[in-house]
Design a protein around this ligand. Structure first.
Ligand code: GLN
Length: 348
């Protein structure tokens, strides 16, 4: 028994040492994980995107046991202010690093507000099997029970582990490993903010990954999209529906010349009677209409609630409106054909 225990302990130690030799690059973009508040009591009132990556890593000496880590400050912003320009810059940098033989994994520190959008974008366009792990925090490092340190340590550990390879872009938060494709920020204020409606892929406990499932949708090396060939993203905007919604927003979006409108519909992607003729008019003129839902779980069925075949609309499958925006923009870099766009929405 003792011999077996000693052998297992030695094997675990050897695995840790091997992982510690792996090189993980931390690309820092800002958010609460780099936030600072006035006092330890400030868990929700603070300034995001203050602390530079060197300081984040210096405050976490434990990472040296997990990987050889280098930091790079890409941006220092709150993630609600991300634009397509930041998405492109970041994805191109991730792609470059992934091609380097001396890089084993990439971590992106990010504000939590739009982490699901950036994560899904990287999942779609970076052609690599190396782990890409997004991480953030809900409390700034200055707060009591700040969650950033363990989240970052876990993210670096996942990025350094061989077992995270080939699973696409991941989000590691609150001890859970999620596919960036499924995960969404569904709770604000609380540290358990991120939920995947189809469940997390696994958990990290005491530096070890425990996997329970793998993504089935196309991503990274299985994707037909490549950031190295994308220099611009077309304008795609979201129109939100609710009782008494006026056609003003849809009309303004149409007039602005957007390439696609994601309709964040009610229920199963239902569209108010006043909005339907506005959207059909736009799709007849060539604007792509993607029917999504403001309901955070479930999925939109083609030709249920609205005759998508007749109107030549696309349904967003289970993607929430903000993720549907990302996929529509990426897909439109390759095709304007609605049948092709619908295929892409089923497959990714
Ligand atoms: N918890 C957070 O990271 C939110 C901070 C900020 N709004 C952002 O998304 O960057």
């Amino acid at each position: 028994q003792d011999a077996a225990t000693a052998t297992a302990a030695a094997a675990a130690q050897a695995a840790i040492q091997k992982a510690a030799q792996r090189h993980v690059v931390v690309l820092a973009t800002g958010g609460t994980i780099a936030g600072a508040g006035a006092s330890a009591m400030n868990s929700a009132s603070y300034t995001a995107a203050k602390v530079p990556v060197e300081q984040l890593l210096a405050g976490l000496p434990e990472v040296q046991e997990v990987a050889r880590v280098t930091g790079e400050q890409v941006f220092q912003i709150a993630s609600e202010s991300f634009t397509n320009a930041e998405l492109l810059t970041l994805a191109k940098r991730v792609s470059e690093l992934a091609k380097q033989a001396d890089v084993d994994g990439i971590v992106v520190t990010h504000g939590t507000d739009t982490m699901e959008e950036t994560g899904f974008f990287l999942n779609l366009v970076v052609q690599t099997d190396k782990p890409i792990v997004l991480v953030g925090s809900m409390r700034p490092g200055t707060a009591i029970s700040a969650d950033g340190a363990l989240n970052l340590l876990n993210a670096i550990g996942v990025a350094a582990s061989g077992d995270a390879a080939g699973k696409g872009a991941l989000v590691v938060m609150n001890d859970e490993i999620h596919t960036a494709r499924d995960v969404a920020k569904l709770i604000n204020i609380k540290t358990g903010a991120f939920v995947s409606q189809w469940g997390p892929l696994g958990m990290v406990v005491e530096g070890r990954n425990y996997w329970f499932r793998a993504p089935i949708k196309r991503h990274t090396t299985g994707s037909e999209f490549n950031i190295d060939e994308i220099s611009e993203l077309p304008a795609v905007e979201i129109a939100y529906s609710y009782g008494n919604v006026a056609p003003t927003v849809v009309e303004a979006l149409g007039a602005s010349g957007v390439k696609a409108i994601v309709h964040a519909g009610t229920g199963n992607g239902s569209v108010p009677n006043r909005i339907v003729p506005k959207l059909t008019e736009l799709s007849e003129k060539g604007t792509i209409i993607v029917r999504s839902s403001r309901v955070p779980a479930g999925f939109v069925l083609r030709n249920a609630e609205q005759p998508d075949d007749k109107y030549d609309w696309v349904v967003a499958h289970d993607l929430n409106p903000q993720k549907a925006r990302i996929l529509a923009a990426v897909a439109l870099t390759k095709t304007q054909d609605t049948k092709e766009l619908q295929r892409i929405f089923w497959e990714y």
